[in-house]
Every structure is written in structure tokens, then in C-alpha cells.
Design a protein around this ligand. Sequence first.
Ligand code: DX5
Ligand code: ZN
Length: 216
Amino acid sequence: MAIISPSILSADFVNLERDIKVCESAGAPWVHVDVMDGHFVPNITIGIPVVAALRKVTDLVLDVHLMIDRPIRYVEQFCSSGADCLTVHLESDTPENIHQTLKNIRSNGVKAGLSIKPGTPVEALEPYLVDCDLILIMTVEPGFGGQRFMGDMMPKLVWLKEKLAAINPECLLQVDGGVDLCTAPICKKSGANVLVSGSAFFKAQDKTAFVAEIQK
Ligand code: DX5
Ligand code: ZN
């Protein structure tokens, strides 16, 4: 069974609490929070105060995706704001700092996630696999919701599934970008077990049925 993590990037920011409740009543166990800094990606979204505010109104797993430069600077603050899982990008800092970032996240009792952009080869993740609780494969260029799913990222999942089975079988495998009812089965078949969905989830007429179908 897969887990759905609806991305609140597609929620109504005036009504975030209401939309978190929409995720809850549809049966989603996680919620995905996209943090962008206008440097690592060409867009700016939300930050630490919003994560803390969401923590006050929900018990859903807060799955925080940091698309920011040198995230090591903010690990403590995101962890204490209530993130349950904190994912950083491999491309956002030096290898040494990425190792240290993952370590710092875990030492705060938070799940450590590592992500790669579409242009980054999956083999680049190899030195970090044992230090991660989640690997996120981007199936769009990070920065914006509502983009087209890149099916050619699927071999990355297949490669990771095999590697992780040998060295870190508990590690979750997440996909993010363009996930809907058509593309979700392809992701699951390739090994993904956590599926982020923004625009498709928030556009779905019957969100309970959408969640059930994705989590099948
Ligand atoms: C993109 C974000 C995604 C985005 C996904 O940079 O990381 O989480 O919200 O949105 P959809 O599902 O619309 O592609
Ligand atoms: Zn995301």
C-alpha cells in the first residue's frame, strides 16, 4: 500500500486550515509542505512560521520539502516547528554539508529525506542512502505545481528500490510532480511508496475516492 501526501502548494492559502481539514477528511495520512527560497528554485512560497501554524491544527504527518540553498542553516528551526519529515536537495550544498544536514535532522528525531532534481543522476545519491529515511525523486523541475509528469524518471526509482533493498530497506521512496490517477500506477509499479499530489488532489471532485485510488 502507498501513502499519499497532498501538496498544499495547490491549496487556498487564505484557507490553509480548512484545506488541511480537507486532506484529513479525504483520508490522507500525510501533508506535503513546499518551502522555496527564490534562490534554489525561481519561486518563493512559505517558511517556518507556516509549518508551526500547521502543526497546531493537524496531527497529519508534516512532510516538509525544502527547496532552499544550504538548508543546514535552518534544520533546527524546521524541526522544532513541528516537521515530521524534512527533505533537502542534494544539489543545495556541498557533499560534506549534505551528510551533516541529514545527521542533524535525524538527531532532532525527525525523518531525514534527500531529493534530486530531474537532471541529477540517481547514482549521485549512493553515498547518502544509509543516512536517509526517505528519498524523493522529482518528476518535474522543482519550483511550481501543475507541471507535466516526467515518466523518464522511473528508472531512478527502479535503481533505488534495488539498492535500498540491500542496504536500507526501511527507507521510503517518494515521488513529487505531476502525480495523478494516470501517473500514480506507473510510480507505484516502479517502486514509489509515498506519492505527493498537489493540483490533481485539490482539483479532484471526490477526494476520498482519489486518496483511496492512489493508496491502493
Ligand atoms: C514542485 C513541488 C511539488 C508540487 C507538486 O516544486 O515540489 O510538491 O506542489 O504539484 P503537482 O502535483 O501539481 O505537480
Ligand atoms: Zn514538493
